[in-house]
Design a binder for this molecule. Structure first.
Ligand code: MG
Length: 342
């Protein structure tokens, strides 16, 4: 290798959401992120940490963690396994901060190889799925308005987990016949109610259900999965690689998100393991710029379902990259993760 050194830098940024976003536990109108760069031999790789407050990371915790990341000591940026293992060992937790290093490094490596990651992994860029467009818990008027705004998308994801669940579904069904997916975000506390809901959702044309019960209630989630006519997907209950094996039998599949998995390296391993265990796989996101969304999009040819609308929900994106065309993920030919700074 050349004698160039990697220079790592980061800065905070705040995403403004187009709509106040409500899930089972809370509402908010901004998402704090950290934008990262790795410069090496005149080439820059870009990364991002998205940190919805309820997950426990913040710009402060990320800055504290990232200030301890010294990439200048590594001679070979391709040595992902060593570099990312050592970054992971700096401190426990901090999955989004870790992902921001991982994504920037993947972007850099792809650019050094002059290849997009789907090519490096050997995924077919034409086999991308339709994405789901998320509608948060809201009043019927707002819900109908949001269905209208999401007209170009083929699948609608409905947030559930409050006492208005059936109203949410009925409202959406009064204006569209599109396939739906549902996410209870741990909102259901009673397993029998949750099972009843799965049968109701099946009748209403819902394809799968995310995180029916609290993640701590492993038995409850396993019970729902055993009695549900539609696949269940572990999201809050499945964070990193070590959780995938434990999720077998508890959920039908897993929702991989780069901000949980510490980035693309571990997400790839989770995808591979889940497939070996014959589980369903979806790729999801937080509200993120097109930087992190583009990074996640390289997995999309290999998943059952993709939930990559996080960049569509913000007003102040600072990247452009993977686009959604006719409701489908459209991967670019750009090297790395395919995001361009605006
Ligand atoms: Mg979810």
């Amino acid at each position: 290798m050349k004698s160039a050194r990697m220079n790592f830098s980061f800065r905070p940024y705040t995403l403004e959401l187009k709509h106040v976003f409500t899930v089972a536990e809370m509402s908010r109108s901004t998402t704090p992120v950290m934008l990262t760069e790795i410069e090496y031999d005149g080439i820059t790789g870009y990364g991002e940490a998205s940190m919805p407050p309820y997950l426990g990371e913040s710009q402060q915790t990320a800055a504290e963690f990232l200030s301890k990341v010294d990439l200048s000591k590594y001679e070979n940026p391709f040595d992902l396994e060593t570099i990312l293992t050592e970054v992971d060992a700096i401190a426990p937790g901090n999955p989004a901060a870790k992902a921001s290093v991982d994504i920037a490094l993947h972007d850099l490596i792809g650019k050094l190889m002059n290849q997009p990651w789907y090519n490096i992994w050997g995924f077919n860029k034409n086999k991308t799925p339709y994405i789901s467009y998320t509608i948060g818990i809201d009043t019927p008027d707002v819900v109908r308005q949001k269905v209208k705004e999401g007209e170009e998308y083929k699948i609608i994801k409905v947030k559930l987990g409050k006492d208005t669940d059936k109203q949410m579904i009925e409202t959406i069904r009064s204006v569209t016949d599109k396939p739906l997916t549902a996410d209870a975000n741990q909102g259901w506390k009673d397993r029998n109610y949750a099972v009843e809901m799965t049968h109701y959702l099946k009748e209403k044309g819902v394809i799968y259900l995310e995180q029916p019960m609290p993640k701590e209630d492993v038995e409850g989630n396993a019970y729902v999965t055993a009695h549900s006519p539609i696949p269940t997907i572990g999201d809050e209950g499945v964070q990193r690689l070590a959780d995938v094996r434990k999720a077998q039998g508890v959920y039908s599949g897993i929702n991989i998100k780069l901000m949980k998995s510490t980035g693309m390296r571990e997400a790839y391993k989770m995808l591979t393991l889940a497939r070996a265990l014959d589980m369903k796989v979806m790729i999801g996101c937080m509200t993120e710029t097109s930087c992190a969304i583009s990074a996640a999009s390289h997995f999309s040819p290999m998943v059952d379902w993709a939930d990559l609308d996080g960049n569509l929900l913000i007003k102040n994106d600072v990247f452009t990259g993977t686009k959604i065309v006719d409701g489908k993920v459209a991967l670019t030919d750009k090297p790395g993760i395919g995001g361009t700074k605006l």
